[in-house]
Design a protein around this ligand. Structure first.
Ligand SMILES: C[S@@+](CC[C@H](N)C(=O)[O-])C[C@H]1O[C@@H](n2cnc3c(N)ncnc32)[C@H](O)[C@@H]1O
Length: 329
């Protein structure tokens, strides 16, 4: 019955909320109406629930055993040993579990676990998480660094800092300082070894979670976001040590917010390198190598080829775009 209701809901969304120009745009991006139909069908499904075990507090095997004893089914996510898809018949309320309150796990969409894996910060380093709330990736970075070194977790929106703070506390993070600034105005005496810019974006990779990104979608809005993302990326690079690395990610599928942001940035930075990380993710897509906009074809810098693009209907995860950039020594 639940499944039937969801299907009905999906058809209603398709009929009433999808603008013609949105559909046309995605048919162009995906190359055919058939591919678009596969995409929109998947994108409007609930994403599979997943958790990341917090190794600052518990071992992976121990938590797995505890949850399985409570009849939750856990299925390993192929590319991260701490990540599991989780389900139980007719229940989705994993956030109410005692183990959640104790900070033994974080409810996190599988693709959202990839940017910190690509950043792969070493222990005892200085890290900046430039747009951090509610902290899924900050807490993951803290776990990767085993609570060593320092993380500056910055967030512009004071209201979102409440959730960030609560998550850091719940997960037992001890190496993180919160700042509340516009990332474009950040200024520090010391430069960072590694930086995550999980940029504010249109969220078109996560439609099922936020139908707002469907109703609010418009090309003008994308240009506004692109300017902000480009400015944040410029600042991130400025704050990076020579030899340091940064990861730029968005949960958007728009070329404007991804390939074009990186392309604009690389135009000003001949010296910057991009790096490919070997992560075992199935069915990732290549980034676009050119893009037609207003009758003009933009040729995208070949360094952008190292980026990864995740389409929901191909990967079974939320949509994401991720690229790793290294500053010259
Ligand atoms: C994609 S969300 C970050 C999600 C977070 N990294 C996580 O994994 O939990 C982007 C965040 O950027 C914040 N933001 C928007 N504009 C910003 C700016 N100019 N400087 C810093 N943060 C900004 C938003 O309030 C939002 O919390």
């Amino acid at each position: 019955m639940k499944e039937e209701k969801r299907l009905e809901e999906k058809e209603k969304i398709k009929k009433t909320m999808i603008k013609e120009k949105y559909k046309k745009h995605y048919i162009k991006l995906l190359g055919s109406e058939e591919e678009y139909n596969l995409f929109i069908d998947k994108a409007l499904d609930y994403a599979k629930r997943s958790i990341r075990v917090n190794t600052l507090k518990i071992k992976v095997e121990e938590l797995k055993k505890r949850l399985e004893e409570k009849n939750w089914n856990l299925k390993q996510i192929s590319f991260i040993k701490e990540g599991f898809y989780i389900e139980k018949e007719d229940r989705r309320d994993i956030g109410n579990l005692e183990e959640h309150a104790l900070g033994y796990f974080y409810v996190q969409e599988a693709s959202s676990m990839i940017p910190p894996l690509m950043l792969n910060p070493k222990k005892h380093t200085l890290t900046l998480d430039m747009a951090a709330a509610p902290g899924s990736k900050t807490t993951q970075i803290a776990a990767i660094k085993e609570n060593t070194g320092v993380i500056i977790a910055n967030e512009i929106d004071y209201n979102r800092i409440t959730a960030l703070k609560a998550n850091l506390e719940r997960m037992g993070v001890l190496n993180t300082i919160i700042t509340n600034k516009d990332g474009r105005n950040l200024n520090f005496k010391k430069k960072f070894d590694n930086i995550l810019l999980d940029a504010p974006c249109s969220g078109t990779g996560t439609l099922s979670k936020s139908l707002k990104s469907l109703t609010m979608w418009n090309p003008k809005g994308l240009e506004r976001l692109q300017r902000l993302q480009t400015q944040l990326l410029e600042k991130a690079y400025e704050l990076l040590k020579p030899g340091g690395t940064l990861v730029y990610s968005t949960c958007s599928l728009e070329v404007e917010e991804n390939e074009l942001v990186i392309n604009n940035f690389l135009k000003n930075h001949e010296e910057a390198k991009t790096i490919k990380e070997n992560i075992n993710i199935k069915n990732i897509s290549k980034p676009y190598e050119e893009y037609k906009k207003n009758e003009k074809t933009i040729k995208i810098d070949s360094r952008v080829k190292k980026a990864i693009r995740l389409w929901p209907h191909k990967t079974n995860m939320d949509g994401f775009f991720i690229i790793k950039i290294k500053k010259e020594e």
